[in-house]
Design a protein. Structure first.
Lengths: 473, 232
């Protein structure tokens, strides 16, 4: 939160007091409507809301990114996943001692791929699998083309022209001339460096294409242009079954993962969680429903507010919308405005536009939540869902993208397809806390088994062994 | 499975808590491969069941149990789950869920059983064949690497210790997957207890543990309880 935003937040405090009295009136009218339709009204919803905690000015320490935290060591994961899992990974790595791996992507900082590689590369090194990480270089024209390719592969309209193809090929060739590929396995991340495959014929290793994007409905021109490169790899990796294409090479499934020791996911003292709730004026004595997402239409924050409003007719709760992107993205600002319009003057809706380095605060908000929502309309894998499940939170999520891989309806969470469905699940989980707790426990185990950094390491080690000729059974 | 001589030798061996041969704890690691088979209707599911590779049948049955080892209900195999969640066919789902992988020592027999159930359902309910499911069923397969571990049990005490320390993957490998390897309606633990320790009744008792109504951690606890009971 910037100084300006914090000041605005502070200035809103007077407004919040005003809103309280208006809300009391609106609650009265909801109550009347409900009784008019003979709908059962739980007693807590008709009770006057408890005193709203004051929303404090955000501490100035949040105005700048915190110092980077040193990467954890492999054995630091032992208390989380257990001795047996860590020992198995060491067994798996043993025959790979001295083997080399190269990762190539298009950025060293920012973005999910770089974040993942920043953790994965040191962990593989600790297991004595030497891993080199190279980043391709290019001018603005190259990254404009690859950004357009990225969007087109997600299905956006795009006219591929000769100039774009030449820019793509020229920068790939420039990088290819600069780089060496002597490793046992070379992994190319995403389409930007796909042209490096031309070096395969002079390289001793096996080549893998790691695709982090959803290729289920790609722009045919762009996919047609990239496809001849992809077919030359020895294997491809996708993040979901539904993202894959029909290819003549083996395609493996590597789910994205979270790091349980990162700022976003590590265990927190309850006193810190309380402190963050106090900062934002969140009342922990009442149910808290949270969605953590950019202010983006595809995350449907307006739908979340509508679902909350429907649910509030029956159950008492607060809604926290914690996101970012509104200050540096014109569309984000527009979406935030729409959200505020739908919220009106309800003081139980807390909207937080947080800067990207607020990982600890997001962690605390998720931990403080009674239910976490991710009501996306379109989604990649949905790592915010993974984060919520890991924290044992009953999670309600849209059945899109990679979310159904994580949320198995009624077993590890609740899948929804509409505002009404989301509202119903909020009501159901708030009124069936034992069932909600069971979903939370199952969800955490599901993440532990499939979506943690250690599982990702396991998959890479297995892939290396399989590519190097390990006989599988 | 047993003779009087075996039992006598077995009891004596058990009392000494030494095995004729040690038990080597292994584990298996699986990498998911996405196949080219996918189904959007029950008719397509049937076609895929007939044509998909055997390791896909393994993935969606034996491996389902492992991937969701922490769930006690509702996840006996992926076909049953899809029939219910995506096709809204509770009757078919119940039939598919009733298939117990422990009754099969070959994947081709297991495949035939699923084909039989789906084909029979579609014969009785023609209209269900072409209804579009809410989600696509993607057939995946598993590439498996078997790994030795450092744990070796030469005595019953060491065996119990090994059971406590093994990963759930190792328990699954020895207790559930094993029948495909040894081609017997049994498991590695029971085979060892019967052949190398002589505890035939204990071996039989392990085979009666219900893997479908328990988590793999529950199964581990039950195995340990049965084995410990044989030592008292």
């Amino acid at each position: 939160m910037t100084v300006d935003q914090a000041d605005k937040h502070e200035a809103n405090r007077e407004g919040i007091k005003l809103v309280k009295s208006q809300n009391a009136a609106s609650q009265q009218s909801i109550s009347t409507l409900a009784s008019g339709t003979e709908t059962k009204q739980p007693s807590q919803a008709s009770q006057p809301a408890t005193a709203y905690p004051e929303r404090r000015k955000a501490p100035r320490t949040w105005e700048t990114p915190p110092e980077p935290v040193p990467a954890p060591h492999f054995d630091d994961y032992r208390p989380i996943v257990g001795d047996a899992e860590i020992n198995e990974l060491r067994f798996l790595a043993r025959p790979l001692k001295g083997k080399t791996l190269k990762m190539v992507n298009s950025t060293a900082v920012g973005g999910g791929v770089a974040e993942m590689l920043n953790r994965l590369v040191p962990m593989l090194a600790e297991l004595e699998v030497t891993t080199h990480w190279d980043v391709i270089t290019g001018g603005n024209d190259f990254f404009e083309v690859t950004k357009a390719f990225h969007n087109a592969l997600h299905g956006t309209e795009y006219q591929l022209n000769r100039a774009a193809q030449e820019i793509f090929l020229a920068y790939n060739e420039q990088n290819r001339q600069r780089m060496q590929f002597q490793e046992d396995v070379v992994v190319i991340h995403d389409p930007q460096p796909a042209g490096l495959i031309r070096s395969k014929k002079d390289s001793p290793g096996r080549w893998v294409w790691r695709c982090h994007i959803d290729l289920s409905n790609p722009n045919p021109q762009v996919w047609g242009f990239l496809r001849p490169f992809i077919d030359q790899f020895d294997a491809a990796i996708f993040s979901s079954q539904s993202f894959a294409r029909q290819l003549p090479i083996p395609q493996y499934l590597f789910y994205p993962c979270i790091d349980p020791l990162s700022e976003k996911n590590k265990e927190l003292d309850d006193s810190y969680v309380q402190q963050i709730c106090d900062e934002f004026g969140i009342d922990r004595s009442r149910p808290i429903i949270t969605q953590v997402s950019r202010f983006d239409r595809l995350k449907d924050p307006v739908g979340v507010v509508q679902a909350y409003k429907l649910a509030r007719k029956y159950v008492d709760c607060q809604l926290v919308l914690a996101g970012g992107g509104a200050s540096d993205d014109p569309e984000g600002a527009l979406v935030l405005k729409e959200v505020k319009e739908v919220v009106g003057n309800d003081p139980d809706v807390i909207i937080l536009d947080l800067p990207p380095w607020c990982a600890l605060q997001i962690n605390a908000l998720q931990r403080a939540s009674t239910i976490v929502i991710q009501k996306s309309i379109k989604e990649g894998f949905g790592l915010t869902v993974t984060e919520a499940l890991w924290k044992g939170k009953p999670t309600i999520a849209g059945a899109v993208g990679g979310i159904p891989n994580q949320v198995i309806h009624k077993l590890t969470g609740a899948l929804v397809h509409s505002v009404e469905g989301c509202a119903y699940q909020i009501r159901y989980l708030l009124t069936h806390p034992e069932f909600a707790a069971q979903l939370g426990r199952n969800g955490r185990e599901h993440v532990k088994e499939n979506f943690l950094m250690t599982t990702n390491v396991r998959r890479w080690l297995l892939l290396l062994r399989i590519l190097m000729g390990e006989r599988t059974v | 499975m047993t003779t009087t001589t075996e039992n006598t030798i077995g009891t004596q061996t058990a009392l000494r808590h030494q095995a004729v041969k040690p038990f080597y704890f292994n584990t298996s690691a699986h990498l998911l491969r996405i196949t080219t088979f996918k189904a959007n209707t029950l008719a397509e599911l049937l076609d895929c069941l007939r044509a998909c590779p055997e390791d896909a049948i393994f993935q969606h049955t034996f491996r389902t149990l492992q991937e969701h080892h922490f769930i006690r209900e509702g996840f006996s195999n992926d076909f049953a789950h899809w029939a219910l969640a995506a096709c809204n066919q509770p009757g078919l789902a119940e039939q598919l869920a009733s298939v117990d992988v422990r009754e099969f020592t070959s994947l081709s027999d297991l495949r035939e059983r699923f084909i039989e159930i789906v084909a029979s359902h579609l014969k009785r309910h023609h209209a269900d064949a072409s209804k579009i499911a809410e989600e696509t069923f993607y057939f995946c397969a598993a590439d498996i690497v078997v790994l030795p571990t450092d744990t070796v049990a030469a005595s019953m005490q060491e065996f119990v210790k090994g059971l406590r320390e093994a990963s759930v993957h190792s328990i699954h490998h020895h207790f559930i997957e094993a029948r495909l390897r040894i081609k017997l309606m049994s498991n590695d633990f029971s085979q060892w207890l019967h052949e190398d320790v002589g505890l035939t009744e204990t071996a039989r008792a392990l085979n009666r543990i219900d893997i479908y109504t328990a988590t793999l951690e529950d199964v581990r606890r039950q195995i340990i309880r049965v084995v410990e009971r044989s030592l008292t």
